[in-house]
Design a binder for this molecule. Sequence first.
Ligand SMILES: [Zn+2]
Length: 307
Amino acid sequence: MTALIIDSAASAGHPVPPGHPEHQGRYDAARSALAGLAGAVWIDSRAAQRTELERFHTARHVAHVLGTIATVGEGEWAALDADTQVTESSAAAGLHAAGGVIEAVDRVIAGEARHAFCLARPPGHHAEPDRAMGFCLFNSVAVGACHALEAHGLERVAIVDIDVHHGNGSQCLAEQDGRVFFASLHQAPLYPGTGTRKETGLNGNVLNIPLPDATPALVWRQHFTTEVLPALRRFKPQMIFISAGFDAHADDPLGGFLLTEPDYAWIAQELAQVAEETAESRLVSVLEGGYDCPALGRAAAAFAAAL
Ligand SMILES: [Zn+2]
């Protein structure tokens, strides 16, 4: 069966101020790296509807983000937080990033493919129900998980966040919905400062594994093997989402972890195995961080090829 790659041309409509690490070059690097994958079917994303966003976000948040964007003048930026700026054309980028995950969920559940990789920009996992932060406008993976639960009636979904930063926004979903399992391995201390071991959600449906700067890949894999994979198998998700940030790569300028391409291939294989056991192989990956463009491309290609 084929794998899907969800492409979002609207990402180019979200330019950032000079020097900002979350720029369109990242998207282009990942997209180019995936272009050579044999057997992949490319699908265009669509814009998420407000009602779809509001399964996770508050109506106030959606109105605030879209309303702020609507007031930005040509060639200007408005700040939603200290490092999250928007332009007049940022709405389509945010809506398509989230809508792309919805599209992936629909197609994977329809059986068109087992696996989908969503090229998305801006990233989403820091966006909370009522707050944009950390480059993120809407939480694409959380919106996709809600779509799987509400539109398709799944009873259990998991989000595994491998970005070097804690997925605080996605954790909010698990904290309010016991049908969601959320696991994150992330560097601590590091932005956004959340994700302690004590944050365990509802009856343990949140698993945080904070690890120090310069954690070797072998140690990262040990925690993944002994904690994340067993917890996932106990939860028995019917669909697995991966918040696929590649900033845990050794070359990344924002993170201090030491993963390399073989580690990303290994992660993909391990999660595909769990998905095969519990989720009819349904696996949806969503691009989050990754700020060294060559490393992002190589890691994303290794990850997607392993699927
Ligand atoms: Zn990150």
